[in-house]
Design a protein around this ligand. Structure first.
Ligand SMILES: NC(=O)c1ccc[n+]([C@@H]2O[C@H](COP(=O)([O-])OP(=O)(O)OC[C@H]3O[C@@H](n4cnc5c(N)ncnc54)[C@H](O)[C@@H]3O)[C@@H](O)[C@H]2O)c1
Length: 442
């Protein structure tokens, strides 16, 4: 039944190694891998990661029980993680990280031995979905899309065996694909398989990874706004095979800010006249998003946030017809250090206008890397706890969260956080926390 969650009778322990595979070995993936290795060597702390740093309150406030999440929930430990990737550019993780320019040599050079060993497997890739990518030299070929998907499945099995992994999880960290709408080809598993056999143009490479992962019982997290697992055929497959999936699009810079500020405006019943957001960024992601087809996919993901939080239908006096503009401009000098500008026009008592300006000098991949870690560890945990299909409790991490059929996605960061923590409490047999504050009277 959609929306219901059954408490597992047992949760398999996190024994052995967990392989984390990323389609894409670019800025986000290499920053994630380098960061985990740096933490393992004691060079840095896992800042930004809930699985490593956050606590969770259990029981009544008077009980003073607030363990670290990682001590409460059986998650894979960092020493047990093994990394692999696919990329159409054959650079190893060290070379790719250097090119991405996120981490300085001070942090990269000590990890050169480790990162140089991570070489990407050949990718399922088609330039019609990512037109701006240059230097492509590591791509699979085969007579049909089905054949490519089978090659991806073999990669997963081979990686698992070669690295002695107990389990795998996949987090999409590859470029944003050109915008497409779901069609009849994506309606059922049968129609999708037929479309793969017929090399139907409605099949995007990311769908082949998702299909291959689900067929291999590997949880799939989608860090980009492409449809990928957010298709009826994939959800059917995930439910049939008992595999957790989640998406879409890591919630990092500007949208993360939106999901903090907009709930605050609504909580105070302040109106909104308009929200103008622009970004300048100069990394490869920025270059890819400079293509209107890829930007359209991103724009769809970024625009839905405010409407869902502010509910103009429920509060027409406050939020009817506010204008919302999002721009991304490719500006090479900025590199991975994106600059986001938000100009927010709000309305107060007696209709008086006010303005909020946010200038966020953020580092995209530094914000995304801990999200990759948390998604991988939580999805592996969810799988061991017998959860399957859309993991709405992981909406916290996504710009455009997947929701069950007929349900609106939840965008408010604080509701998402409560849902995440309450799901962990529920799965581990603890009471959910409602913040009713009646402890004194019971
Ligand atoms: N950095 C963030 O804060 C953030 C936030 C939300 C979403 N994202 C998304 O995460 C993704 C990765 O971002 P990034 O900054 O690392 O980009 P990037 O351009 O540095 O890396 C993407 C990598 O994916 C590879 N790639 C492209 N198509 C592929 C395919 N079919 N299979 C395997 N690899 C493929 C590219 O060669 C490239 O190396 C992008 O889609 C981006 O939109 C990033």
């Amino acid at each position: 039944m959609p929306g219901s969650l059954t408490r597992p009778t047992s949760i398999a322990p996190a024994t052995g190694k967990l392989g984390i595979l990323t389609p894409g070995l670019g800025a986000v993936a290499t920053t994630f891998i380098a960061g985990v290795e740096s933490i393992r060597r004691g060079h840095t702390k896992p800042i930004g990661s809930l699985t490593q740093m956050a606590t969770i309150r259990l029981g009544k406030r008077t009980e003073h029980r607030s363990p670290l999440i990682k001590d409460f929930v059986p998650l894979a430990a960092l020493p047990d993680l093994v990394f692999g990737a696919w990329d159409p550019i054959a650079d190893d993780a060290y070379t790719a990280a250097k090119k991405a320019g996120v981490l300085s040599s001070e942090h990269l050079e000590p990890l050169k031995d480790f990162l140089s060993e991570i070489k990407p497997m050949s990718a399922a890739f088609e330039s019609r979905f990512v037109t701006r990518l240059l230097g492509v030299n590591n791509v699979k070929s085969g007579p049909t899309y089905r054949d490519i998907a089978e090659q991806l499945r073999a990669d997963m099995r081979n990686f698992k065996a070669a690295n002695g992994c107990d389990r795998l999880v996949i987090v999409w960290c590859a470029s944003t694909e050109a915008f497409i709408l779901p069609g009849p080809q994506h309606a059922t598993i049968e129609s999708f398989e037929k479309a793969m056999d017929e090399n139907d143009q409605a099949i995007a490479p990311s769908m082949l990874y998702a299909y291959a992962a689900l067929m291999e019982n590997v949880p799939f997290c989608n860090g980009a706004p492409n449809l990928t697992v957010d298709l009826p055929c994939m959800l059917q497959l995930a439910n049939d095979r008992g595999v957790p999936v989640s998406g879409k699009d890591f919630k990092t810079g500007q949208t993360w800010m939106k999901t903090i500020i907009a709930p605050g405006l609504k909580a105070r019943m302040l109106g909104l006249e308009g929200w103008y957001s622009t970004n300048i960024l100069g990394n490869r992601d920025g270059e890819v998003l400079d293509d209107p087809a890829s930007f359209k996919t991103k724009e769809e993901s970024k625009l839905s946030v405010l409407h869902n939080i502010l509910q103009p239908d429920v509060y027409p006096d406050l939020y009817k017809d506010f204008s919302h503009v999002v721009r991304i401009n490719y500006y090479p000098p900025r590199g991975d250090n994106k600059e986001g500008w938000d100009s927010i026009d709000i309305i107060g008592w007696m209709g008086y206008p006010m303005q909020i300006k946010v200038n966020f000098l953020c580092r995209d991949s530094i914000l995304a890397a801990p999200i990759v870690l948390d998604l991988a560890l939580f999805s592996d945990f969810a799988h061991r706890a017998g959860m399957k299909g859309i993991q709405e409790w992981l909406s916290f991490y996504y710009k455009s969260p997947m929701a069950g059929p007929g349900l609106q996605p939840e965008h408010d960061l604080f509701i998402q956080q409560t849902k995440l923590k309450n799901t962990l409490r529920f799965l581990m047999g603890e009471d959910q926390i409602t913040h009713l504050g009646l402890e004194y009277y019971t």
